[in-house]
Design a protein around this ligand. Structure first.
Ligand code: TXA
Ligand code: MG
Length: 350
């Protein structure tokens, strides 16, 4: 299939391009589009056959449900049977934005969206192109991140092209995405609110409106026996570079020394080593393939560029990546969740 690539700089003067994208969605085709978190792979969320194409293009396991993207509370109302008071508070405060909420689904939502679960995940994105696309299509848009299943999520159009060219009808280029990590997934279908995936809206921000919100114990550690994350997407090795990866945390000096020692050891074994480190420590490492993820004092910048950094290490064709951890507060929790997944749970705490 030939994939149309259209760059949108100005929504007003390019309304014809947006009409074409919306028409493709209505015809049951797939369109990749930017959101404020990462690029999404969009299809008409009420059209089973269209949604099937998403799973095919990504190579996504059938048991991993999709998020529906809406442009209004009115559209949300049709997809769910009940909007609990906490959900109103959250949508008021965080929508449009990087928060996905789980609701009990209405009959309108096809089984394939929820992978047979009772709950449907819904968010209202804040990116103007995403909102315009939903509005013009007039349907909720099902959209996972626009990467091949298991690879880092796309934060630039070049990433989408790399993974999806030839597989889908159209890609909308809206430049680099803002947050750089996916939305927070919040379950409000049980008695206690629970974060199933940390993301663009932080625990600290959520606690201001839902003080008793908890975190799924499965998300910040390796999936141990008996601890199964509730969100199906969290159980796969994800965001994964082609190389294997080890994450180092704990005391700063010990961490740096350990990374240097391990890097030398791998080099002696003739392995090509890549380092993913913070700005503050980069001078410590005199190795060839060092990628700086940003300053630990500015974790939003780290989040913004993290998936690109991991893709760069892939392009360097390193065999092993040694990576520094960051503090788990604020957006640091989502960063650490993604790094841990990328490392397949391989963490050395010093
Ligand atoms: O920022 C984002 O959320 C991006 C943009 C495109 O909106 N989308 C995204 O979708 O990250 P995806 O499919 O890559 O990740 C969705 C996550 C998965 O971990 C999935 O298992 C979980 O949400 N999820 C979706 N529906 C669910 C449900 N009904 N119950 C539990 N988890 C669900
Ligand atoms: Mg994804």
């Amino acid at each position: 299939m030939e994939t149309k690539l259209v760059k949108i700089d100005d929504l007003k003067s390019q309304s014809k391009d947006m009409d074409m994208a919306a028409d493709l969605i209505k015809m049951g085709e797939i369109v990749a589009f930017p959101t404020e978190t990462v690029y999404g792979l969009g299809a008409d969320g009420l059209n089973k056959e269209a949604v099937k194409k998403i799973f095919k293009a990504k190579g996504r396991p059938q048991d991993n449900p999709l998020i529906l993207h809406v442009d209004s509370i009115e559209m949300l109302g049709k997809l769910v049977v009940n909007i609990p008071p906490e959900a109103y508070i959250c949508t008021e405060k965080f929508w449009p934005g990087p928060l996905t909420i789980l609701f009990k689904k209405s009959d309108l939502v096809p089984e394939i969206i929820t992978a047979g679960l009772d709950a449907v995940a819904i968010r209202m994105p804040s990116h103007p192109i995403a909102l315009e696309l939903i509005k013009k299509a007039g349907v909720p848009i099902a959209a996972p991140s626009a990467n091949t299943s298991g690879r880092p999520s796309p934060t630039r159009v070049s990433h989408v092209i790399e993974d999806m060219s030839g597989e889908i009808a159209m890609i909308i280029d809206g430049g680099e995405t803002g947050v750089g990590l996916e939305s927070t997934v919040l379950d409000l279908t049980e008695k206690e609110a629970m974060i199933l995936r940390p993301g663009g809206i932080t625990l600290e921000e959520l606690m201001e409106v839902i003080p008793n919100v908890s975190i799924d114990p499965g998300i910040l550690e390796v999936t141990k026996d008996g601890v199964i994350p509730k969100s199906p997407g969290q159980k796969y090795r994800h965001y994964a570079p082609k190389a294997s990866m080890i994450l180092f945390s704990g005391d700063r000096d010990k961490m740096v020394q350990k990374i240097i020692q391990m890097a030398r050891k791998y080099e002696e074994e003739n392995k090509k080593v890549g380092l993913l480190v913070t700005e503050e420590n980069k001078e410590e490492y005199s190795f060839e393939n060092v990628v700086v993820m940003g300053s630990s004092k500015d974790k939003k910048t780290i989040a913004h560029g993290l998936f690109h950094a991991i893709r760069r290490l892939d392009q360097m064709e390193v065999d092993i990546i040694l990576c520094e951890a960051v503090k788990e507060d604020n957006i640091g929790m989502a960063i650490m969740n993604r790094l841990l997944k990328a490392a397949g749970g391989n963490r050395v705490n010093l």
